[in-house]
Design a protein around this ligand. Sequence first.
Ligand code: HMG
Length: 382
Amino acid sequence: MKIGIDKIGFFTSNYYLDMVDLANARGEDPNKYLIGIGQKQQAVIPPTQDVVTMAANAAEKILTDEDKQSIDMVVFGTETGVDNSKSAAIYVQSLLGISSSARSFEIKQACYGGTAGVQMAADHIAMHPDSKVLVLAADIARYGIKTPGEVTQGGGAIAMLLSVDPRILVLDNQSAFHSENIMDFWRPFYKREAIVDGHYSTDIYIDFFNKTFKDYCDKFGRSLTDFSALVYHLPFTKMGLKALRTVVDDSPHSQKLLKAFDQSKQYNAHVGNLYTGSLYLSLLSLLSNSTDLHANDRIGLFSYGSGAQGEFYSATIAETMDSRRLASQVDSVLSDRIKLSVPEYEKMYADGLPINGGNVTFDAANDHSRFVLLGRKADQLV
Ligand code: HMG
């Protein structure tokens, strides 16, 4: 039985910041951001978007009425949840009119939550082959104005529909994991910004990639040449390149993997980190922009969530994967964005992600997304 990703939807805010403008405002050489970090733009998330509205906007693009009735599980991976108790999945299920017979819940392990959802969905479908599972991965990455992490902010949502006989990616059911109690990045309840030990986090990421990739190869008798591409969780695009460089050499196959990596980072370079969704935006970027991938080609996926959990797993391209269709969806989201000046971004940043209780209203006049957050009334989202 073939199980995997049948549809992928993407959404991000319609505001972005240019990294050259940010570098100039922060007194940095623009090439540090463009080449050293590998980011060109970053999504800026207004108060009218949170993980619920972003995930609903991403899922709305891909679901038919028939899908909504046959989904029997909604899994929401996020580390930017809107409530300590009620899951963001329940809100999305209701906004989209997904069958109330579905099981809906939220899961968390930093950026790994999307992959936990995908693997859980695959196991569920293996037991219940008639079912479809909606996996949502949405986040807002905030580090703070004038911090080293500022250039690695971003946000957005990925929605994936998993089923049997998938039209995009067939999962191999072959994974290797590694988890360890590590304080590289965390988000305590009392803070609006992440706490991060930046350089340490990049070392741990590479260490977890090397451990899980080796473990995967030992377990399944595979090596680098079995892969047509490797895609990575991309907190910033240079991060994936650093990890890939630890396993490639001068061979023609390694050059092919480096070329595929370039294709897999295109969208992420314009959006920034969307935490749980980053690996899957990179997958979308590879599938949309590659001219060399063919049906049944095997790709490797490295998922990393600080704290920390890593997983390397593999999948093959489905016969029916339609790269032009995937590309047109992302291109329409990215081409329809408004560029903010640095002061405009700083103002939106200050307004964003409010955590104080009580009644709040947001001005949604400039947010033309299908789903917007208008405010909070008596501590309920409206
Ligand atoms: P920094 O200290 O400002 O940067 O912070 P740097 O001084 O290390 O420079 C970065 C790179 O730019 C270096 O290249 C420089 O050489 C280069 P590298 O040595 O790394 O290859 N550079 C230049 N290149 C060209 N022209 C120039 C120039 N100047 C310098 N003129 C850091 C960088 C990533 C640490 C910071 O942005 C940060 O703390 N970011 C947030 C943490 C992060 O993203 N960590 C990633 C791994 S952890 C992870 O992925 C999990 C996460 O997604 C969260 C979750 O799981 O929930 C974050």
